[in-house]
Design a protein around this ligand. Structure first.
Ligand SMILES: [Mn+2]
Length: 297
C-alpha cells in the first residue's frame, strides 16, 4: 500500500528545474507552534530565522519539506502567525522572488486544499493598519516535487515522507485526533510519548525508512530527499540515495540539506559561545559536500 502511495506522489510531482548555478536549502519539520511551552520550535526560533535570512541574502531558494506549521496541536493558524510574524514576513520575501517551494506533511495536511492555503497563508489582517495584507498570495503547497538537474537524466524526488507511513498518511485525521485529545494530554501528565509518531518512536522511524528504501530499490535507485522522521540521513556515494534533512526542533540545533554548485551537504545551525561569553549563531557542515552526480548515476 505505502509503495503505491509513494509511486503516486512521484507521478503527480511538480517539476522544478535546477542547474549548476542553483543554490537550494531544504528544511522540514519546523512544527511552528504558538510559542507556548508546548511549542517544540520556539527554542530554535532565533537560530532558524538567522539561517533563513542568511540564505535569503545569499540568493538561495527555500524548499520546506512539510510539517512547517504545527496544525495538529494548534487549531487556528492565527495563533502560529502572531508570534512568528517575522518568519512569515521573510517567507513572503522568498515567495515574491519565486524562491519559495512548499510541501505539506501530515501535521499540515490541510494545505493539500488550495482553499485552506489561501485562507491561512494568502493574506492576513494587519492590526496596525487595520487592513488586509498579502502574505504568500498564490502559493500552492505541493505533495511532491521533482528536481530536474540540467544535463542529467536522473532526477531527485522531494516528499515529506509520511507517504511511507500508513497511519500518518491514510489515517491522518485519526492520528490528529489522537494527538489532540489523547497522546498530547498523556504526554503532559505521564510523559508517555505518541507511539505512532516516527519522530518519537524508534521502531516507527525504522519502519518508515525501510519502506522508503524499498521503494528506492524498486524504482531504479530513485534519489529522495525527505523529512518526517526527524532523523538526518546522508548516504555514502554507493549507498541507497535516501537523504533526510532532519528537523528544526532538535534540542539545540536545526538541521538541513544544502545543494550548491551541484554538491550536496548536510548542515546544522546552532549557537556557540565566544571566549568573551557572547553567544553567536553558526553553521557547521555535518556531512559532505558530495557531488550530486554520484547519487544520480
Ligand atoms: Mn511529519
Amino acid at each position: 500500500m505505502v509503495q503505491q502511495i509513494l509511486t503516486r506522489a512521484f507521478k503527480k510531482a511538480k517539476i522544478v528545474k535546477i542547474d549548476d548555478t542553483s543554490k537550494l536549502i531544504f528544511f522540514s519539520d519546523c512544527h511552528r507552534g504558538d510559542n507556548s511551552y508546548a511549542d517544540d520550535f520556539s527554542h530554535n526560533k532565533q537560530i532558524y530565522i538567522h539561517a533563513l535570512k542568511s540564505y535569503f541574502d545569499n540568493d538561495f531558494t527555500y524548499f520546506e519539506l512539510g510539517d512547517g506549521d504545527e496544525l495538529w496541536e494548534n487549531h487556528h493558524f492565527k495563533d502560529i502567525f502572531e508570534p512568528y510574524k517575522d518568519i512569515y514576513d521573510l517567507l513572503k520575501k522568498y515567495h515574491q522572488e519565486s524562491r519559495l517551494h512548499m510541501i505539506y506533511g501530515n501535521h499540515d495536511m490541510v494545505y493539500r486544499k488550495p482553499k485552506v492555503v489561501e485562507k491561512y497563508l494568502g493574506s492576513y489582517f494587519n492590526i496596525n493598519t487595520g487592513k488586509k495584507e498579502e502574505l504568500l498570495k498564490g502559493l500552492k503547497v505541493e505533495e511532491s516535487i521533482i528536481l530536474k538537474v540540467k544535463g542529467l537524466k536522473k532526477e531527485i524526488l522531494l516528499i515529506h515522507g509520511h507517504q511511507a507511513d500508513f497511519f500518518n498518511y491514510v489515517l491522518w485525521k485519526l492520528s490528529r485526533f489522537l494527538v489532540r485529545f489523547f497522546w498530547q494530554p498523556l504526554q503532559k501528565v505521564f510523559g508517555i510519548k505518541d507511539p505512532t509518531s516516527p519522530a518519537k518512536n524508534y521502531k516507527e522511524l525504522i519502519k518508515v525508512e525501510r519502506n522508503i528504501k524499498k521503494w528506492i530499490i524498486s524504482n531504479g535507485n530513485q534519489m529522495i530527499i525527505a523529512g518526517h522522521t526527524h532523523r538526518p540521513r546522508f548516504p555514502k556515494p554507493n549507498d541507497l540515495p535516501y537523504f533526510n534533512d532532519g528537523s528544526c526542533v532538535h534540542p539545540r540545533a536545526i538541521t538541513g540539506i544544502e545543494i550548491v554548485d551541484l554538491n550536496i551537504s548536510l548542515i546544522k545551525w546552532h549557537t556557540s559561545t565566544k571566549k568573551d561569553g557572547t553567544l553567536q549563531i553558526i553553521k557547521s557542515v555535518l556531512e559532505g559536500p558530495e557531488k550530486l552526480l554520484t547519487y544520480l548515476k
